[in-house]
Unconditional design. Structure first.
Length: 314
């Protein structure tokens, strides 16, 4: 057990969806949460990260800082996804080692697994086959991050761990239609179709790929659990265990938004992986299994977005 009481925990990437959720979750623990903005420390600059870390000396780090994006963003900005993520995670890990940080929780993604990995994907299918080409840049950086934690465990006996979340959604998500993931994109498209009384909603690809979705607040709960209880060389999958097709997702979103529209499938956009379901037996065996329903989660995400968003002009 790692007792969080009195610990100083740096949530790197607190302005992102995952970092924000971890900050909210840690508010109910007896620890001090540390955050730092991009204007103070540029995480792609080693010297800035090291100076700040040496001065701040956190006891633990939740590493939620990353360049993230949906299928199109990944496919069109490969350098950003590969180089920025490698730089950020290496800078933070290097500085954390020098500052003697006790616990480091690295976050990856389900796209680290081979495109055709047996489903559901278990942790040991890592590096057993070629990656999905649309997001291999991001995946390679994340795989390097897992290996970096393992290397620190092996060479320096650091109690550093990694968790791999499935597709995430929730408050703080990116709703830009070009760079977002499917959940916020379809929520926005249905909402705008409702506002403008449009008869159709365009869904990218064929609608047949299968995806699993997890609300970011459920992820944050699992991460705090892992930070307190898990100490192991292998990374841990964090998923919901519920799989839907993109078409079914669109239909559920239509119900939550309260608007029926004809789905048009845009075959010029990529499908990506045919299926991405995680095997979460390891997480369940460690003792966490506390996931809300997809419909409740979508309703929560939609309500948050409605509160925050700019008015949509017809
Ligand atoms: P992925 O899980 O890494 O493939 O990333 P995404 O969440 O971006 O895409 C998941 C699936 O949803 C892919 O098959 C997309 O083609 C499909 N999809 C359908 N409509 C949209 C949309 O409007 N935006 C995005 N990003 N994906 C969409």
């Amino acid at each position: 057990m790692y007792d969080l009481s009195g610990k100083r925990i740096w949530v790197a990437g607190h302005r992102g969806m995952v970092g924000g959720a971890v900050v909210r979750r840690l508010a109910s623990e007896h620890c001090e949460v540390i955050t730092v903005g991009r204007e103070v420390v540029d995480l792609t600059r080693q010297a800035e990260v090291e100076d700040w870390m040496t001065e701040t000396k956190p006891d633990a780090i939740v590493m939620a800082a990353a360049k993230v994006g949906g299928i199109l963003a990944n496919d069109t900005h490969p350098v950003d996804f590969l180089a920025e993520n490698l730089a950020i995670q290496t800078n933070i890990a290097t500085a954390a080692h020098k500052a003697d940080v006790e616990r480091f929780l690295f976050l990856g993604s389900s796209c680290i697994y081979p495109k055709l990995a047996p489903q559901p994907m278990a942790e040991d299918s890592l590096l057993t086959g070629p990656l999905e080409p649309t997001n291999e840049w991001y995946a390679i950086a994340k795989i390097a991050g897992i290996k970096l934690c393992q290397a620190y465990r092996k060479q320096y006996r650091r109690d550093w761990i990694s968790a791999m979340p499935t597709n995430l959604y929730g408050p703080g998500d990116n709703y830009d239609l070009q760079s977002s993931h499917v959940m916020p994109a379809l929520l926005r498209k249905f909402h705008e179709a409702k506002e403008s009384r449009s008869a159709e909603v365009t869904v990218w690809g064929s609608g047949t790929p299968l995806r699993e979705f997890l609300h970011c607040d459920d992820l944050a709960d699992a991460l705090v659990f892992l930070l307190k209880t898990y100490s192991g060389y292998d990374h841990v999958n964090v998923g919901s265990g519920v799989e839907v097709s993109i078409r079914e997702l669109a239909e559920t979103i239509a119900e939550v938004v309260g608007y029926e529209a004809k789905l048009t499938f845009d075959a010029t956009k990529p499908d990506g992986s045919p299926r991405k379901l995680m095997d979460c037996s390891r997480l369940h065996a460690i003792g966490w299994n506390n996931v809300r329903s997809l419909k409740d989660g979508i309703a929560n995400a939609y309500a948050h977005w409605l509160e925050r968003k700019e008015p949509v002009r017809p």
